[in-house]
Design a protein around this ligand. Structure first.
Ligand code: ZN
Length: 293
């Protein structure tokens, strides 16, 4: 069942760059929480000529941009926790700071798979564990503060686990709502899980630089964070082994670690998480949107 949903989901978001960009009318764009969408910003422009920002109420965030076949594109990302509403994307001229165009972005509630079980959200952490989780979270957040200004993903993306009969399928989708019937609150699954046995090779989803290695974190286990430039970071959780060091340059598809079950995990698998300009988004939408580059 989970696998069927996964396949349907991938087909749904598998659009080419051109068809994806055509959906964005000058008037506006409607996206859901956790969505990643490519918009065409204009022809005959360089990424250095203009700046694009997304204003969702707090500090406006830069929209990562790249050029392809003479046209400039932006990667619009909506955070999983973004309050539904009407927001704005503005393109500015870099030198004069003059606004060239503004588009409306309507954010709707995400349509996520629901998992209801009495085993969800029952873990109890003592103060020492909570302190450790907070410290480890600060270490990860710290690594996300500095990103290369260059779009390192220019040669496209790939899946992190090679697809074979027994590996690579999605076992739990991004955004899954995990609800315990005895509680009124729930948690989101903050990444995408892929099936693979312990020791299986984990590949970088795009080119970049290794920004952080977290060893034996309480929740994430062994985690590698890769900076893909312009504020885009991918994270690979629960690894049994690291195969890169902080500062290493990686190419798309390079093996960066091995699948494991370290941290808060019930069996070997890869949990892939993605942040774009701080927004936590669906990694598969990013991989599919940029696979065609
Ligand atoms: Zn997961």
């Amino acid at each position: 069942m989970t696998r069927l949903i996964g396949v349907a989901f991938v087909l749904l978001v598998a659009t080419t760059l051109e068809s994806a960009a055509q959906e964005a009318t000058p008037a506006g764009l409607t996206l859901h929480q956790g969505d990643v969408h490519i918009v065409k910003i204009g022809g005959g422009m360089n990424a250095s000529d203009v700046q694009s920002v997304l204003d969702t109420g707090g500090t406006p965030t830069a929209i990562p941009m790249f050029t392809k076949d003479g046209a400039l594109y932006g990667i619009v990302a909506v955070d999983l926790y973004q309050e539904p509403g009407t927001y704005h994307m503005t393109v500015y001229e870099t030198t004069t700071k003059r606004a060239l165009s503004t588009r409306t972005l309507i954010v709707e509630k995400g349509e996520f798979q629901k998992s209801i079980s009495s085993t969800w959200n029952t873990q109890v952490f003592d103060q020492a564990a909570l302190d450790r989780i907070a410290r480890e979270k600060r270490e990860i957040t710290g690594a996300l503060q500095i990103s290369s200004p260059l779009p390192e993903w220019q040669d496209g993306t790939t899946y992190p686990i090679e697809k074979t009969d027994r590996t690579g399928s999605m076992t739990t989708p991004f955004g899954q709502i995990r609800m315990n019937p005895t509680q009124e609150w729930y948690r989101f699954h903050r990444g995408t899980d892929f099936q693979a046995p312990a020791g299986f090779a984990i590949q970088a989803i795009a080119a970049g630089r290794v920004a952080h290695l977290g060893r034996d974190y309480l929740l994430e286990g062994n985690i590698t964070v890769i900076d893909h430039g312009a504020g885009i970071f991918s994270s690979y959780l629960h690894q049994s082994a690291f195969l890169v060091k902080v500062g290493d340059r990686v190419k798309k598809g390079d093996v960066i670690g091995r699948v494991g079950s370290t941290g808060n995990s019930h069996g070997p698998h890869l949990h892939l998480a993605l942040r774009i300009g701080g927004a936590l988004v669906d990694p598969i939408q990013f991989i599919e949107a940029l696979r065609q580059l």
